[in-house]
Design a protein around this ligand. Structure first.
Ligand code: UP6
Length: 257
């Protein structure tokens, strides 16, 4: 998998949004997902306008935006079309199917993708698939297979069970959020999204554990790397996103050799 170019994996993709995301990555030569963990919609939209042209995926925590409203979602959608990226709401849904269904109905009005914990089993995914189908627009999920934070409770068995779930719901699963190259080694049709990336820091004193962008792409096997504060708290976020993009694309090309 590590040495297979993304274009050769297109035929293995079972969710239409996986194909869209791979095509965006290849067109923009960007395997960057930026995590805009900001608390005001003004900051969220202004960073999106600035960074949008350089990213493949925009990751939001809309429930942390104090003045979030429907218009903000609509504006993100417009920007995603204009600047060609997909929107991932990182809600990490984890409840029973019926509840997740209500939550997903709201999220799916603006986000292409949402993160889902596998802890609750198939119920939430069944509901998401049903609602996505009703909407008639392409919608998908990233399942949380592993976490980047110190001391988290996920073990190998849980990660394997998450992969099994991803395969059962392949028509709506774009990929897994995970850290180890072995997880998706035999699943070319699923994308690996890996957070915990920083060029100069090892952690945040709150449990986060960082690796370098190069390590995450070449050794850990990420198809897309998530950078939050490495970009948003840099003195110049635009210069920072361009630097992460350059380093991570070079690492991807290196991986293919
Ligand atoms: N995130 C992680 N680790 C995980 C899953 N998700 O950090 O295992 C998310 C966080 C945050 C972003 O919710 O939005 O990725 C990382 O941000 P940072 O680069 O500022 O640490």
């Amino acid at each position: 998998r590590l040495s297979t170019p993304l274009e050769s994996r297109l035929s293995a993709a079972k969710c239409p949004l996986t194909t869209d995301l791979i095509n965006i990555i290849l067109k923009k030569k960007s395997n960057v997902c930026v995590a805009l963990d900001v608390t005001s919609s003004k900051e969220l939209l202004s960073l999106t306008k600035q960074l949008g042209p350089h990213i493949a995926l925009l990751k939001t925590h809309s429930d942390a935006v104090t003045d979030w409203n429907e218009a903000v979602g609509n504006e993100l959608v417009e920007l995603s079309k204009e600047m060609e990226f997909l929107i991932l709401e990182d809600r990490k849904l984890a409840d029973i199917g019926a509840t997740v269904g209500h939550q997903f109905s709201l999220i799916s009005s603006w986000a292409h993708l949402v993160t889902v914990h596998s802890i609750a089993g198939p119920g939430p995914l069944q509901e998401i698939a049903r609602i996505a189908d009703e909407r008639g627009e392409k919608r998908g999920v990233f399942l949380i297979g592993e976490l980047s934070c110190a001391g988290n409770l996920i073990d190998e068995k849980y990660t394997q069970a998450t992969l099994n779930l991803a395969q059962s719901f392949s028509s709506i699963t774009v990929g897994l959020v995970c850290q180890s190259p072995s997880v998706l080694a035999s699943s070319p049709g699923l994308l690996q999204l890996t957070p915990g990336i920083h060029l100069s820091q090892a952690g945040d004193n709150k449990g986060q554990q960082y690796n370098s962008p190069n390590e995450v792409i070449t050794l850990r096997g990420a198809d897309i790397g998530v950078i939050g504060r490495g970009v948003t708290q840099a003195p110049d976020p635009l210069a920072a996103v361009k630097e992460y993009k350059r380093v991570m694309w070079e690492a991807y090309e290196q991986r293919l050799k």
